[in-house]
Write a protein that binds this ligand. Structure first.
Ligand code: SAM
Ligand code: SF4
Length: 350
């Protein structure tokens, strides 16, 4: 559907957990607590939201978290989302630690693409950023995924790090697109949660470095997905280099997304608390729903045959469409004092 500014909203990022096996310093440092499992949407509830979203024009879903592969049933959920009529594309973003282990079930579930978050190719820095000596596990998962020919993107958050931390190896990360047929994207640090403590890096600096080292680099105008990245191609590279610059290259005018938190709140913009509490809609009607509406313990998405589910779907559709109508025009990251979102990225779902 279109929002009140005429933007087509066809992309939903769904966080399925607020837990993670890593402790990235800008996202979930040590000491952050998670909510209880009962507060998190069940797989069936998530599917019900996807069904309602699909009927409003959502076509692409990204499963995220926390670390989605740390939630039991993640691969099962991918299959459930793939089965929703209207959903064309289901992808996942993961820190990659468990990727080798879960690659086969992900592929069997029909995953359409895998984003791996990797901020450095240096083992020591990886440990400094994430709190875990896990670089080689991530690289093994990456190689395995590439070998299976599933589309892979690497996401690296860019920021001006504190002096004691050292500047990161931007070129080494970019060169992963030379070694593998993967797109490498630099994502500007946003002032959300602990991200506030880091200064965003203007991507022109990385681009200037790339141009110096690879004078043949050119803008790449081919379509790479459904997001706001601007891509460049180095002739000798197998993949492209992308830049997602929320602050220095604001792309709100073409924003196509909403986000579902693990607790079932539909957020319409990262910057503000605006949105809809879909968990209340889902659970408010639960007592009324009869067992007939479940097929083999799973949601019967053919809700037209089931009055209670039809009512529930109508409630979700109303809540989602009202929230989309009120989607803010712009973020205000450049004026953090105007932000109303106080949650950490791990609670929102990145
Ligand atoms: N654990 C998974 C992962 O790391 O890909 C999924 C969740 S994580 C929150 C999703 C993405 O958000 C990661 O690429 C992470 O680097 C990014 N991220 C976290 N905090 C951020 C911030 N303040 N600004 C920009 N990106 C951020
Ligand atoms: Fe975990 Fe991803 Fe946040 Fe790192 S960025 S702490 S891997 S959720």
């Amino acid at each position: 559907m279109n929002d009140s500014y005429g933007r087509t909203i066809d992309y939903m990022r769904i966080s399925i957990t607020d837990r993670c096996n890593l402790r990235c310093r800008y996202c979930m440092p040590y000491g952050i607590s998670s909510v209880t499992p009962e507060d998190i949407l069940t797989l069936e509830e998530i599917q019900a939201v996807a069904i309602a979203g699909a009927s409003l024009g959502i076509r692409h879903i990204k499963v995220t978290g926390g670390e989605p592969l740390a939630r039991k049933g993640c691969c099962q959920l991918i299959g459930m989302l793939k089965s929703v009529p209207g959903i064309e594309n289901v992808t996942i973003t993961t820190n990659g630690i468990f990727l080798s282990r879960f690659l086969d079930p992900l592929l069997e579930a029909g995953i359409d693409g895998i984003n791996i978050s990797l901020d450095t190719t240096d083992r020591k820095r990886y440990q400094e950023i994430t709190g875990t000596d896990g670089l080689f596990q991530v690289l093994a998962g990456l190689e395995k995924a590439v070998f299976r020919k599933i589309p892979v993107k690497i996401n690296a958050v860019s920021a001006l790090w504190e002096a004691d931390y050292g500047q990161r190896d931007w070129m080494a990360i970019a060169r992963l697109a030379a070694k593998y047929p993967v797109d490498v994207r630099f994502i500007e640090m946003m002032p959300i949660g602990y991200g506030r403590h880091f200064k965003p890096l203007d991507h022109h600096e990385i681009l200037a470095g790339l141009k110096k080292e690879y004078p043949g680099i050119r803008e790449d105008e081919t379509v790479h997905g459904f997001g706001p990245a601007l891509y460049y191609q180095v002739p000798s590279f197998q993949g492209s280099i992308g830049f997602i610059s929320a602050i220095h290259g604001k792309f709100c005018a073409s924003c196509n997304r909403v986000r579902l938190t693990a607790q079932g709140f539909l957020k319409t913009c990262l910057c503000y608390e605006d949105g809809a509490d879909l968990r209340s809609v889902l659970r408010g009607g639960q007592q009324e729903r009869s067992g007939n509406c479940l097929e083999n313990g799973h949601w019967n998405w053919n809700y037209k045959d089931c009055p209670e589910d039809k009512k529930l779907q109508e409630g979700l559709i109303t809540a989602i469409s009202q929230a989309i109508q009120l989607k803010p025009k712009n973020h205000c990251f450049e004026r953090p004092e105007q932000m109303t979102e106080r949650h950490n990225m791990i609670d929102i779902g990145g």
